[in-house]
Design a protein around this ligand. Structure first.
Ligand SMILES: O=C(O)CCC(=O)C(=O)O
Length: 163
């Protein structure tokens, strides 16, 4: 699928992620990203089994309005978002409507989304006409893994109540 950015998905074995109609198969953790997730666990007390990496090559690469509310992230996911490279503007707004708020995400900054962040708000990484250098964003997540039996049960049609 065409996206205005580059993406990669590193995760524990079997941890898949689907969004916008695409399914990401896990690649093994590189040592550098594994070190970062250990550091985050030590500082935040949260386990992460996956990281979605987004590379924004220039100001035209972006991410549209969305919430990370896929069922496999659970009802109140903790998402730790680390920015590296160019400073870019992140915007957040209530899902029920209202003004958006902008945050300049600088290199080395860590944005933590938890609680009802995804249920009540959506967010975007907006385009800019300014000439900007590339930026990498790493969003560490904990994805719930279903057993083969649970996945099969979800695929089966619901039984009809007896008349
Ligand atoms: O690049 C960013 O800071 C935003 C990333 C994001 O919204 C996401 O991965 O869901």
């Amino acid at each position: 699928m065409d996206e205005p950015r580059l993406t990669a998905w590193y995760a524990d074995p079997g941890v898949r992620y689907g969004y916008s109609g695409q399914a990401l198969e896990p690649a093994a953790w590189p040592a550098s990203l594994d070190t970062l997730r250990r550091e985050l666990r030590a500082r935040l007390g949260c386990d992460f089994n996956a990281v979605l990496c987004n590379a924004y090559r220039d100001g035209q690469d972006a991410m549209g309005w969305h919430a990370d509310d896929e069922p496999e992230l659970g009802p109140e996911p903790v998402i730790a978002s680390l920015s590296l490279g160019a400073t870019r503007r992140f915007r957040i707004r209530p899902r029920r409507g209202g003004e958006s708020v902008g945050l300049e995400l600088e290199s080395g900054s860590l944005l933590l989304m938890d609680g009802r962040s995804q249920a009540d708000y959506c967010h975007a990484l907006v385009r800019t006409r300014r000439p900007v250098r590339p930026r990498i964003n790493l969003t560490f997540r904990q994805v719930m893994v279903r057993s083969a039996t649970q996945a099969e049960a979800l695929r089966r049609p619901l039984a009809r109540p007896m008349a």
